[in-house]
Write a protein that binds this ligand. Structure first.
Ligand code: ACO
Length: 325
Protein backbone atom coordinates (compact mmCIF):
# COMPACT_ATOMS: atom_id res chain seq x y z
CA UNK A 1 0.00 0.00 0.00
CA UNK A 2 1.34 3.46 -0.90
CA UNK A 3 2.44 5.69 1.94
CA UNK A 4 1.24 9.30 1.92
CA UNK A 5 1.57 12.27 4.26
CA UNK A 6 -1.39 14.13 5.68
CA UNK A 7 -1.92 17.26 7.78
CA UNK A 8 -3.56 16.22 11.06
CA UNK A 9 -3.34 19.49 13.00
CA UNK A 10 -2.66 23.18 12.50
CA UNK A 11 -1.60 25.95 14.88
CA UNK A 12 -0.41 29.53 14.78
CA UNK A 13 0.73 32.35 16.99
CA UNK A 14 0.97 36.13 16.66
CA UNK A 15 2.90 38.24 19.16
CA UNK A 16 0.50 40.41 21.22
CA UNK A 17 1.78 43.83 20.04
CA UNK A 18 -0.53 44.77 17.17
CA UNK A 19 0.03 47.91 15.13
CA UNK A 20 -2.77 49.20 12.94
CA UNK A 21 -1.72 51.29 9.96
CA UNK A 22 -2.63 54.37 12.02
CA UNK A 23 -0.31 53.21 14.84
CA UNK A 24 2.57 52.60 12.40
CA UNK A 25 1.97 55.88 10.53
CA UNK A 26 2.14 57.76 13.85
CA UNK A 27 5.34 55.93 14.89
CA UNK A 28 7.01 56.60 11.53
CA UNK A 29 5.98 60.28 11.65
CA UNK A 30 8.14 60.72 14.76
CA UNK A 31 11.15 59.80 12.56
CA UNK A 32 10.06 62.10 9.76
CA UNK A 33 8.94 59.16 7.55
CA UNK A 34 5.72 60.00 5.72
CA UNK A 35 3.12 57.40 4.79
CA UNK A 36 -0.63 56.93 5.22
CA UNK A 37 -3.29 54.32 5.91
CA UNK A 38 -4.80 55.09 2.48
CA UNK A 39 -1.51 54.42 0.60
CA UNK A 40 -0.84 51.17 2.47
CA UNK A 41 -4.39 49.81 2.08
CA UNK A 42 -4.72 50.80 -1.57
CA UNK A 43 -1.31 49.40 -2.69
CA UNK A 44 -1.15 46.30 -0.46
CA UNK A 45 -4.43 45.53 1.35
CA UNK A 46 -2.54 45.59 4.69
CA UNK A 47 -4.38 47.16 7.66
CA UNK A 48 -2.37 45.82 10.62
CA UNK A 49 0.64 43.71 11.60
CA UNK A 50 2.09 42.24 14.80
CA UNK A 51 5.63 42.90 16.07
CA UNK A 52 7.55 40.95 18.71
CA UNK A 53 8.82 42.47 21.96
CA UNK A 54 12.56 42.67 22.65
CA UNK A 55 14.00 39.29 23.62
CA UNK A 56 11.40 37.25 21.69
CA UNK A 57 12.77 35.07 18.88
CA UNK A 58 11.43 32.98 16.01
CA UNK A 59 11.69 29.82 18.15
CA UNK A 60 9.42 31.40 20.79
CA UNK A 61 6.71 32.14 18.22
CA UNK A 62 7.20 28.67 16.69
CA UNK A 63 6.85 27.03 20.10
CA UNK A 64 3.37 28.49 20.67
CA UNK A 65 2.25 27.61 17.12
CA UNK A 66 3.54 24.03 17.54
CA UNK A 67 1.81 23.54 20.90
CA UNK A 68 -1.48 24.48 19.23
CA UNK A 69 -0.85 22.23 16.20
CA UNK A 70 0.07 19.28 18.45
CA UNK A 71 -3.08 19.79 20.50
CA UNK A 72 -5.19 19.89 17.32
CA UNK A 73 -3.57 16.63 16.15
CA UNK A 74 -4.00 14.98 19.55
CA UNK A 75 -0.24 14.32 19.82
CA UNK A 76 2.48 14.92 22.39
CA UNK A 77 5.78 16.58 21.50
CA UNK A 78 7.56 13.26 22.16
CA UNK A 79 5.60 11.67 19.27
CA UNK A 80 7.41 13.92 16.75
CA UNK A 81 10.42 12.50 14.88
CA UNK A 82 11.04 15.38 12.44
CA UNK A 83 10.97 19.17 12.84
CA UNK A 84 11.53 21.48 9.89
CA UNK A 85 11.47 25.23 10.47
CA UNK A 86 11.22 27.56 7.49
CA UNK A 87 12.70 30.90 8.50
CA UNK A 88 14.86 33.75 7.24
CA UNK A 89 15.10 35.17 10.76
CA UNK A 90 16.74 32.36 12.74
CA UNK A 91 17.49 32.85 16.45
CA UNK A 92 21.22 32.35 15.81
CA UNK A 93 23.63 31.84 12.90
CA UNK A 94 23.74 28.27 14.22
CA UNK A 95 22.46 25.93 15.53
CA UNK A 96 19.22 25.86 13.60
CA UNK A 97 16.02 27.34 14.99
CA UNK A 98 14.56 23.84 14.56
CA UNK A 99 17.04 22.47 17.12
CA UNK A 100 16.28 25.31 19.55
CA UNK A 101 12.55 24.71 19.04
CA UNK A 102 12.96 20.96 19.50
CA UNK A 103 14.53 21.53 22.91
CA UNK A 104 11.86 24.06 23.96
CA UNK A 105 9.19 21.55 22.96
CA UNK A 106 10.91 18.67 24.77
CA UNK A 107 10.78 16.62 21.57
CA UNK A 108 14.49 15.75 21.61
CA UNK A 109 15.99 12.96 19.51
CA UNK A 110 14.36 13.19 16.08
CA UNK A 111 15.74 15.02 13.05
CA UNK A 112 15.57 18.83 13.12
CA UNK A 113 16.76 21.39 10.59
CA UNK A 114 15.88 24.74 9.02
CA UNK A 115 14.90 25.51 5.44
CA UNK A 116 15.84 28.88 3.97
CA UNK A 117 13.69 29.84 1.00
CA UNK A 118 12.40 33.18 2.34
CA UNK A 119 8.65 33.56 1.68
CA UNK A 120 8.51 30.21 -0.18
CA UNK A 121 10.04 28.50 2.87
CA UNK A 122 6.87 26.82 4.06
CA UNK A 123 6.02 25.15 0.75
CA UNK A 124 9.66 24.05 0.46
CA UNK A 125 9.59 22.65 4.02
CA UNK A 126 6.25 20.90 3.47
CA UNK A 127 7.54 19.29 0.28
CA UNK A 128 10.70 18.03 2.03
CA UNK A 129 8.70 16.67 4.98
CA UNK A 130 6.26 14.97 2.59
CA UNK A 131 9.14 13.28 0.75
CA UNK A 132 10.71 12.14 4.04
CA UNK A 133 7.42 10.69 5.25
CA UNK A 134 6.69 8.99 1.91
CA UNK A 135 10.17 7.42 1.95
CA UNK A 136 9.79 6.16 5.53
CA UNK A 137 12.53 8.47 6.87
CA UNK A 138 9.99 10.08 9.23
CA UNK A 139 6.53 9.31 10.60
CA UNK A 140 5.27 12.38 12.41
CA UNK A 141 6.60 15.83 11.54
CA UNK A 142 6.14 19.39 12.68
CA UNK A 143 6.50 21.73 9.71
CA UNK A 144 6.77 25.33 10.82
CA UNK A 145 7.11 28.81 9.36
CA UNK A 146 8.34 31.35 11.93
CA UNK A 147 9.62 34.88 11.42
CA UNK A 148 10.58 38.05 13.26
CA UNK A 149 10.85 40.16 10.10
CA UNK A 150 10.48 43.37 12.14
CA UNK A 151 14.17 42.94 13.05
CA UNK A 152 15.21 43.16 9.38
CA UNK A 153 13.23 46.29 8.54
CA UNK A 154 14.66 49.71 7.83
CA UNK A 155 12.11 51.99 9.51
CA UNK A 156 13.47 54.91 7.48
CA UNK A 157 12.44 53.16 4.23
CA UNK A 158 8.68 53.60 3.77
CA UNK A 159 8.66 51.43 0.66
CA UNK A 160 9.38 48.29 2.73
CA UNK A 161 8.77 48.86 6.47
CA UNK A 162 4.98 49.10 6.09
CA UNK A 163 4.73 45.68 4.44
CA UNK A 164 5.97 43.10 6.95
CA UNK A 165 5.00 41.54 10.29
CA UNK A 166 6.01 38.81 12.74
CA UNK A 167 4.34 35.48 13.51
CA UNK A 168 4.46 31.70 13.25
CA UNK A 169 2.33 28.89 11.86
CA UNK A 170 2.75 25.13 12.10
CA UNK A 171 1.24 21.89 10.86
CA UNK A 172 1.56 18.32 12.07
CA UNK A 173 2.19 16.07 9.07
CA UNK A 174 1.72 12.33 9.61
CA UNK A 175 2.14 9.17 7.57
CA UNK A 176 -1.20 7.95 6.23
CA UNK A 177 -2.76 5.38 3.88
CA UNK A 178 -5.10 8.10 2.63
CA UNK A 179 -3.67 10.75 0.27
CA UNK A 180 -3.11 14.14 1.93
CA UNK A 181 -0.39 15.92 -0.03
CA UNK A 182 -1.22 15.24 -3.67
CA UNK A 183 1.59 17.03 -5.53
CA UNK A 184 4.08 19.84 -5.25
CA UNK A 185 6.25 21.94 -7.53
CA UNK A 186 9.31 23.93 -6.41
CA UNK A 187 11.55 26.36 -8.29
CA UNK A 188 14.26 28.96 -7.84
CA UNK A 189 16.07 31.39 -10.12
CA UNK A 190 19.18 32.76 -8.45
CA UNK A 191 19.75 35.45 -11.06
CA UNK A 192 17.19 37.54 -9.17
CA UNK A 193 19.08 37.48 -5.83
CA UNK A 194 19.36 41.27 -5.77
CA UNK A 195 15.66 42.19 -6.08
CA UNK A 196 14.82 41.02 -2.56
CA UNK A 197 17.60 40.47 -0.06
CA UNK A 198 19.23 41.23 3.26
CA UNK A 199 22.82 41.48 2.04
CA UNK A 200 24.66 41.61 5.39
CA UNK A 201 26.50 38.69 6.97
CA UNK A 202 28.51 37.87 10.06
CA UNK A 203 32.29 37.66 9.59
CA UNK A 204 35.30 37.98 11.87
CA UNK A 205 33.20 39.20 14.77
CA UNK A 206 31.39 41.92 12.78
CA UNK A 207 28.32 42.35 10.61
CA UNK A 208 29.61 42.99 7.10
CA UNK A 209 27.30 44.66 4.59
CA UNK A 210 23.82 46.01 5.20
CA UNK A 211 21.72 43.83 7.55
CA UNK A 212 18.39 45.45 6.55
CA UNK A 213 15.89 44.33 3.93
CA UNK A 214 16.21 45.69 0.36
CA UNK A 215 13.47 45.18 -2.20
CA UNK A 216 12.66 46.25 -5.74
CA UNK A 217 8.90 46.03 -5.18
CA UNK A 218 7.85 46.35 -8.80
CA UNK A 219 10.27 43.66 -10.01
CA UNK A 220 9.06 41.31 -7.25
CA UNK A 221 5.44 42.06 -8.11
CA UNK A 222 5.85 41.26 -11.83
CA UNK A 223 7.77 38.02 -11.22
CA UNK A 224 5.39 36.88 -8.47
CA UNK A 225 2.25 37.12 -10.57
CA UNK A 226 3.70 35.00 -13.39
CA UNK A 227 5.31 32.26 -11.30
CA UNK A 228 2.34 31.78 -8.98
CA UNK A 229 0.17 30.91 -11.95
CA UNK A 230 2.73 28.55 -13.52
CA UNK A 231 3.45 26.74 -10.22
CA UNK A 232 -0.25 26.21 -9.55
CA UNK A 233 -0.81 24.84 -13.05
CA UNK A 234 2.20 22.52 -12.86
CA UNK A 235 1.06 21.17 -9.49
CA UNK A 236 -2.48 20.57 -10.72
CA UNK A 237 -1.11 18.72 -13.77
CA UNK A 238 1.09 16.47 -11.59
CA UNK A 239 -1.96 15.57 -9.46
CA UNK A 240 -4.18 15.17 -12.57
CA UNK A 241 -6.55 17.82 -11.22
CA UNK A 242 -7.94 21.09 -12.56
CA UNK A 243 -8.68 24.53 -11.11
CA UNK A 244 -12.24 23.32 -10.52
CA UNK A 245 -10.93 20.83 -7.93
CA UNK A 246 -9.50 23.61 -5.73
CA UNK A 247 -11.72 24.44 -2.74
CA UNK A 248 -9.31 27.02 -1.30
CA UNK A 249 -6.30 28.92 -2.63
CA UNK A 250 -3.94 29.84 0.22
CA UNK A 251 -1.24 32.01 -1.34
CA UNK A 252 1.69 33.70 0.37
CA UNK A 253 0.21 36.79 2.00
CA UNK A 254 2.34 39.62 0.62
CA UNK A 255 -0.03 41.88 -1.24
CA UNK A 256 -3.78 41.60 -1.97
CA UNK A 257 -3.22 42.71 -5.57
CA UNK A 258 -0.85 39.77 -6.22
CA UNK A 259 -3.47 37.41 -4.74
CA UNK A 260 -6.30 38.91 -6.80
CA UNK A 261 -4.27 38.65 -9.96
CA UNK A 262 -3.30 35.01 -9.25
CA UNK A 263 -6.90 34.08 -8.49
CA UNK A 264 -8.06 35.72 -11.72
CA UNK A 265 -5.49 33.84 -13.79
CA UNK A 266 -6.61 30.57 -12.17
CA UNK A 267 -10.27 31.52 -12.73
CA UNK A 268 -10.99 31.29 -8.99
CA UNK A 269 -13.36 33.77 -7.31
CA UNK A 270 -11.88 35.70 -4.36
CA UNK A 271 -14.40 33.84 -2.15
CA UNK A 272 -12.12 30.81 -2.57
CA UNK A 273 -8.97 32.67 -1.52
CA UNK A 274 -7.90 32.75 2.14
CA UNK A 275 -6.85 36.33 2.94
CA UNK A 276 -5.08 37.30 6.16
CA UNK A 277 -2.62 39.86 4.76
CA UNK A 278 -4.99 42.60 5.94
CA UNK A 279 -4.47 41.61 9.59
CA UNK A 280 -0.96 40.04 9.55
CA UNK A 281 0.99 41.93 6.85
CA UNK A 282 3.66 39.87 5.10
CA UNK A 283 5.06 37.37 7.62
CA UNK A 284 7.30 35.66 5.02
CA UNK A 285 7.60 31.89 5.66
CA UNK A 286 4.96 32.09 8.39
CA UNK A 287 2.25 33.56 6.20
CA UNK A 288 0.85 30.38 4.62
CA UNK A 289 0.57 28.26 7.80
CA UNK A 290 -0.79 31.32 9.65
CA UNK A 291 -3.47 31.77 6.98
CA UNK A 292 -4.22 28.02 6.91
CA UNK A 293 -4.68 27.85 10.67
CA UNK A 294 -6.83 30.99 10.74
CA UNK A 295 -9.11 29.50 8.05
CA UNK A 296 -9.30 26.10 9.79
CA UNK A 297 -10.17 27.67 13.15
CA UNK A 298 -12.73 29.98 11.49
CA UNK A 299 -14.44 26.87 10.08
CA UNK A 300 -13.83 27.96 6.47
CA UNK A 301 -11.34 25.24 5.56
CA UNK A 302 -12.69 21.83 6.54
CA UNK A 303 -11.50 18.21 6.45
CA UNK A 304 -11.93 16.85 2.90
CA UNK A 305 -11.31 20.22 1.24
CA UNK A 306 -8.61 20.45 -1.44
CA UNK A 307 -6.14 23.30 -0.87
CA UNK A 308 -3.59 24.93 -3.14
CA UNK A 309 -0.79 26.48 -1.05
CA UNK A 310 1.52 28.84 -2.94
CA UNK A 311 4.72 30.58 -1.92
CA UNK A 312 6.95 33.13 -3.62
CA UNK A 313 9.86 35.13 -2.32
CA UNK A 314 13.52 36.06 -2.18
CA UNK A 315 15.97 33.93 -4.06
CA UNK A 316 13.95 34.22 -6.29
CA UNK A 317 12.02 31.15 -5.07
CA UNK A 318 8.51 29.91 -5.70
CA UNK A 319 6.42 26.79 -5.41
CA UNK A 320 3.05 25.21 -4.72
CA UNK A 321 1.62 22.26 -2.79
CA UNK A 322 -1.79 20.72 -3.54
CA UNK A 323 -3.31 18.74 -0.69
CA UNK A 324 -6.52 17.33 0.68
CA UNK A 325 -7.05 18.19 4.32
N1 ACO B 1 3.70 55.49 1.74
C1 ACO B 1 3.48 56.48 0.86
N2 ACO B 1 4.05 56.52 -0.35
C2 ACO B 1 4.89 55.52 -0.67
C3 ACO B 1 5.17 54.46 0.21
C4 ACO B 1 4.53 54.48 1.47
N3 ACO B 1 4.71 53.50 2.38
N4 ACO B 1 6.03 53.61 -0.38
C5 ACO B 1 6.28 54.11 -1.61
N5 ACO B 1 5.60 55.26 -1.77
C6 ACO B 1 5.57 56.13 -2.95
C7 ACO B 1 6.81 56.01 -3.80
O1 ACO B 1 7.82 56.84 -3.31
C8 ACO B 1 6.29 56.45 -5.16
O2 ACO B 1 6.25 57.86 -5.16
P1 ACO B 1 6.64 58.70 -6.48
O3 ACO B 1 5.64 58.25 -7.53
O4 ACO B 1 6.48 60.10 -6.04
O5 ACO B 1 8.04 58.28 -6.79
C9 ACO B 1 4.86 55.95 -5.18
O6 ACO B 1 4.51 55.68 -3.81
C10 ACO B 1 4.67 54.68 -5.99
O7 ACO B 1 5.66 53.74 -5.61
P2 ACO B 1 5.75 52.35 -6.33
O8 ACO B 1 6.94 51.60 -5.81
O9 ACO B 1 5.61 52.52 -7.80
O10 ACO B 1 4.41 51.66 -5.77
P3 ACO B 1 3.76 50.30 -6.21
O11 ACO B 1 2.39 50.53 -6.69
O12 ACO B 1 4.69 49.47 -7.07
O13 ACO B 1 3.62 49.56 -4.81
C11 ACO B 1 4.63 47.84 -3.51
C12 ACO B 1 4.76 49.25 -4.07
C13 ACO B 1 3.44 47.79 -2.57
C14 ACO B 1 5.91 47.51 -2.72
C15 ACO B 1 4.43 46.84 -4.66
O14 ACO B 1 5.39 47.04 -5.66
C16 ACO B 1 4.47 45.41 -4.19
O15 ACO B 1 3.64 44.97 -3.44
N6 ACO B 1 5.44 44.63 -4.68
C17 ACO B 1 5.59 43.25 -4.28
C18 ACO B 1 6.25 43.22 -2.96
C19 ACO B 1 6.21 41.88 -2.33
O16 ACO B 1 5.27 41.14 -2.49
N7 ACO B 1 7.24 41.61 -1.56
C20 ACO B 1 7.32 40.47 -0.78
C21 ACO B 1 7.78 39.28 -1.52
S1 ACO B 1 7.91 37.97 -0.47
C22 ACO B 1 9.46 37.85 0.27
O17 ACO B 1 10.25 37.05 -0.16
C23 ACO B 1 9.81 38.73 1.44
Amino acid sequence: MRRYSRITGTGSYLPPRRLSNADLVAELATKGVETSDEWIVERTGIRARHFVADGVYSSDLALEACKRALQAAGLQAQDIDLIIVATSTPDMVFPSTACILQNKLGANGGAAFDVQAVCSGFVYALTVADAMIQSGAANKALVVGAEVFSRLLDFNDRTTCVLFGDGAGAVVLEASDIPGILASDLHADGKHVGILCVPGHVANGHILGDPLLKMDGQAVFKLAVGVLESAARATLAKARKTEADIDWLIPHQANIRIMQSTAKKLKLPMEKVVVTVDQHGNTSAASIPLALDAAVRAGQVKPGHTLMLEGVGGGFTWGAVLLTL
